[in-house]
Design a protein. Structure first.
Length: 196
């Protein structure tokens, strides 16, 4: 890998963050800030049109709004090095109903590109066919859905399987962000195998 700019190891890396109304705000803002501080370009992708706003939540309380930068129908997984799926209950529930969102997620081969989901975010992995035969974690209420989809579920702070990174909740964000950095620094196709 070429020498990266000092303090900006993710310079030149593009990451999509797919979300809609009901997203858990900290699960969007923390990874986005972390990735941008490390030099990555982050794009907010949504089923909503570019320029529309996504309503963030702090648990059940409405919080800030965030401007959509790219409609998912216009987004191409080939243009990104990774995908982050924040949680919140309503956000992934709505994304599961969007054919374009599920097709976009499905377009990221987890053997080659980072796919990261936290809290309720892994729900969408079921519809995209990514959860089957993968080791992952999530918010505990998703355990049955994920195991029914063929996943191995464990109650861990962060789980990495191929390039698939999952975490349980906002308290796990430091470990989740560290795992994002490590996976994005790997060249495509250099998967070291499961790390947990």
């Amino acid at each position: 890998m070429l020498e990266q700019a000092a303090g900006k190891p993710l310079e030149g890396i593009r990451v999509a963050m797919l979300m809609t109304d009901g997203v858990e705000q900290i699960e969007y803002t923390s990874p986005r800030s972390f990735l941008e501080e490390n030099g990555a370009t982050v794009v907010l992708v949504s089923p909503k049109p570019a320029g529309a706003e996504v309503q963030g939540f702090n648990q059940l309380q409405p919080a800030d709004k965030f401007k959509v930068e790219l409609n998912v129908a216009d987004a191409n997984p080939a243009d990104f090095d990774g995908l982050v799926l924040p949680g919140g209950v309503a956000n992934p529930d709505q994304l599961r109903m969007s054919k374009e969102a599920i097709d976009f997620i499905r377009g990221f081969p987890v053997e080659e590109k980072l796919v990261a989901a936290i809290c309720h975010g892994p729900w969408t992995l079921i519809d995209a066919g990514i959860a089957t035969a993968k080791h992952l974690t999530s918010w505990p209420s998703l355990k049955r859905d994920l195991t029914n989809a063929g996943a191995e579920w464990t109650d861990d702070e962060v789980v990495v399987d191929a390039r698939l990174v999952t975490s349980r909740k906002p308290d796990d964000l430091p470990a989740f962000n560290d795992a994002l950095l490590k996976e994005l620094l790997l060249a495509p196709g250099n998967d070291p195998g499961p790390t947990s």
